[in-house]
Structures are given as C-alpha cells and as structure tokens.
Write a protein of this length. Structure first.
Length: 128
C-alpha cells in the first residue's frame, strides 16, 4: 500500500488548488479583468506561481509514484514532502519579489530530480 505517497499527492493537489485560488483573489484585489494575465506586479507573480506549479506537476507526480512503486512508499513520500515544502517556500518568496523565488525553486527542483532519477535507476536495474 502507498498511503504516505497518496497523502503527499493529496497535499500537492491541495497546494495547487490554493495557488489557483490565490490567483483569483489577487486578480480581484488588483482589478485585473479576465482574460488579462498581466497588468499588476502582484497579480503577475501570483499567476506565474500558479503556472510554474502546474508546469512541474507532470514532472513531479509520475516520478513520485514510480519512485514509490519501485523503491518505497516512505522514501517517495519523504522526497515528495520536500517538494511540497519547496513549493511553499517558492510561493512565499515569489509573492514578495521575483528575485526571492530561487531557494524554493531549488528545493523543489532537487526533490523532483531525485524522484525522477531514483525511479529511472530502479526501473533500469529491473530491466537489466
């Protein structure tokens, strides 16, 4: 069973829902009318946080689950939790200023790459 990985998956989806709702909240606060995606720096940063999170989900989620299946639930969930924490740090930093997004981006990027590389290595080992 993959209970821990399932929990981290749900946390990642909840975080994505949060940043998506945040875009709507900031859009309303800044007066940016639909369908515009620019016009106020606060909105543009919120929009990019949401878009960047979405861009990473197809990298993160399959790697998370393949890592869980081929290596283990607890290890996958641990690295997955690091990814979520990195995304939260990214959100906090980028919400303040674009220049402050780096640490969170690096944390989540390393976690995602570790999941992908671990899954790839485990799959290749089973094939050879």
């Amino acid at each position: 069973m993959y209970h821990f990985t399932a929990l981290v998956t749900l946390l990642a989806i909840a975080f994505y829902l949060f940043v998506t709702i945040n875009v709507s909240r900031v859009r309303s606060r800044t007066g940016i009318k639909v369908p515009a995606t620019s016009g106020h720096p606060d909105f543009e940063r919120a929009f990019r946080i949401q878009a960047n999170t979405l861009e990473w989900m197809p990298i993160f989620l399959p790697a998370l689950w393949l890592f869980a299946v081929y290596i283990g639930d607890a290890a996958a969930a641990g690295l997955g939790a690091v990814w979520v924490i990195g995304r939260v740090i990214y959100f906090v930093g980028y919400s303040k200023a674009a220049a402050k997004r780096g640490p969170g981006f690096m944390i989540q990027g390393v976690a995602a790459i570790a999941l992908w590389a671990g899954a790839l290595g485990a799959v290749v080992l089973r094939l050879v």
